[in-house]
Design a protein around this ligand. Structure first.
Ligand code: SF4
Length: 518
């Protein structure tokens, strides 16, 4: 029963829009297929709530998903989502599609069954921008790229009688049923893009990354590492200037009354004047939380500064310890320097340092990978605190619009047994290991590299439960067409015919050949 599937669960929040509605208002749902504490950390959620409510004759209704109870929670009103005109569905990661399919199935709003009936369900995010095809039977449309510039037209379009037609004509909205190539929309100058100041949170549920003011510093990344879909999809690199960031921080802290800034950026220290900004925050007594860093961006001065700004742990992303391979993927650094950095971080008083590593790059062997890890492990033995260095091991997951897109999803399973070997080596030197389960990584690759047929697999998975058991069952049911890309990968990826994100195919071919993918 839908009444039982959607529960009204208002939080004690610091800030909510009390907008007096009229029956004629366009009703826009913002649906996050994740728990409340994760959803509030999304700048899209924050931005969309403020922006939609700022429009005349429009009201926003927020919905999150309680994974334990498997229920949708309405945050603003007891409004059945089927009464909405438009649902904006945020899907940053591929595995979110399964939760979204589960939610929409339970609401009877799956594209496959609903057809051209309202509400119009529009998905957005990095993963759907790269490849909207696996969502074909699930949602009505996908925004390709950044939504800011088209959001207003889409919302008012949803209020029209011929809403589907109006939305279909918006330049970077892919309706999936048709086969036009859609060019990515992107904000040219981030300085002029709106940034949420009145950010909401619950007094009773601490958001992931903690309480604080969330500040989007940049989009894209200048490095274009070979495995990194975010940087390719969000290209080009853009950032907010010092004065703009300074103003956003000042205003947000004034409103939220929390002297802590959580920075959002793929490459924080690629942004000019970042050190000066951090020095300024230190003088003002403001704490910070920063995202993972490239090895060469970590300097002694920055280690001291970040520690003084209240951050107790660090995340560094070398991704490989193979010295001859790191430059090839865009992560040039010196392993000796990394060891120096770890020692200095220990001396400076950090509680631990997390290191991201990827296993299973093509053209490399497990043997050489383990040897380089062994060498690294014995070099950090001098750090006596067990678990100070914590490695997060991820299998290489091939993603669209990267040079690894031609690899088949089955390639992920190559890393099936490597984790135990890493653990064996790590044990002696006191390094902690956490690893992404290879089967989840495999499922992620299947969806990321999927085509329209993959939609059926996602729905079958959602109907069989959201765990790995459901995935195995859905995979067994998958037809031959899915099996062919599973094993062989794509020569001519199907997403090329639907989206143009601005990355030339010749670049991808050349880099794939260089990395021994093709
Ligand atoms: S530095 Fe990080 S965010 Fe930038 S391209 Fe490389 S992996 Fe992606």
């Amino acid at each position: 029963m839908i009444e039982e599937f959607v529960v009204y669960k208002r939080r004690r929040e610091n800030f909510v829009f009390e907008k007096r509605g009229r029956p004629s208002d366009i009703k826009v749902g913002i649906l996050m297929p994740m728990p409340y504490n994760a959803a509030v950390s999304s700048l899209f959620f924050q931005m969309a709530y403020t922006y939609v409510n700022s429009l005349e004759g429009v009201r926003a209704y927020r919905y999150v998903f309680n994974l334990e109870e498997k229920k949708v929670e309405a945050l603003d009103e007891r409004l059945d989502p089927r009464k909405l005109d438009l649902i904006l569905l945020s899907l940053p990661f591929e595995l979110d599609y399964v939760t979204a399919a589960y939610i929409l199935t339970n609401l009877n709003l799956l594209r496959r069954l609903k057809g051209n009936e309202k509400p119009i369900v529009v998905a957005g995010g990095i993963a759907p921008t790269a490849n909207p095809l696996p969502l074909s039977d699930i949602v009505d449309a996908v925004v390709i790229g950044e939504a800011e510039e088209i959001l207003k037209n889409m919302i008012y379009g949803a209020g029209e009688l011929n809403a589907f037609k109006v939305i279909e004509e918006i330049s970077c909205v892919s309706m999936l049923a048709n086969s036009d190539i859609r060019r990515k929309c992107f904000v040219e100058d981030l300085n002029n893009a709106p940034h949420p100041i009145h950010q909401f949170y619950s007094y009773d549920e601490e958001p992931i990354y903690g309480y604080g003011v969330r500040v989007e510093v940049s989009r894209g990344c200048p490095y274009l590492c070979a495995f990194c879909m975010e940087s390719h999809v969000m290209y080009p690199f853009r950032y907010r200037e010092f004065a703009i960031l300074d103003r956003i921080i000042e205003k947000s802290i004034d409103v939220l009354k929390i002297p802590r800034v959580i920075f959002y950026s793929l490459s924080l220290f690629s942004v000019p004047n970042m050190d000066i900004l951090l020095q300024k925050l230190l003088k003002q007594g403001i704490e910070i939380s920063i995202p993972s860093m490239r090895v060469e961006h970590v300097t002694k001065e920055r280690l001291e500064l970040i520690k003084a700004l209240g951050q107790k742990t660090l995340t560094i992303a070398p991704e490989t310890l193979l010295p001859t391979y790191s430059c090839k993927i865009g992560k040039c650094y010196n392993v000796d320097y990394l060891i120096e950095v770890l020692n200095y971080a220990y001396k400076t008083g950090y509680s631990h340092v997390k290191l991201y590593l990827i296993t299973g790059f093509p053209g490399t062997t497990m043997d050489e990978e383990l040897k380089s890890f062994e060498k690294f492990s014995s070099s950090v033995k001098s750090i006596k605190k067990r678990g100070f260095v914590e490695v997060t091991l991820n299998p290489l997951i091939p993603k669209p619009w990267t040079p690894f897109q031609f690899l088949p999803p089955l390639s992920v399973l190559r890393s099936r047994h490597i984790e135990e070997q890493y653990r064996r080596i790590a044990k002696e030197s006191g390094i902690g290991i956490s690893a992404l389960d290879v089967e989840w990584a495999f499922a992620q690759a299947i969806i990321a590299l999927g085509d329209k047929n993959t939609s059926k697999l996602i729905i079958d998975w959602a109907l069989s439960g959201l765990g790995l058991k459901g995935f195995r069952k859905a995979l067994k049911m998958a037809d031959e067409r899915i099996r062919s890309y599973l094993k062989n990968g794509w020569q001519d990826p199907p997403w090329y015919r639907y989206v143009d994100i601005g990355v030339p195919k010749t670049y991808l071919d050349l880099r794939a050949r260089y990395l021994k993918v093709l």
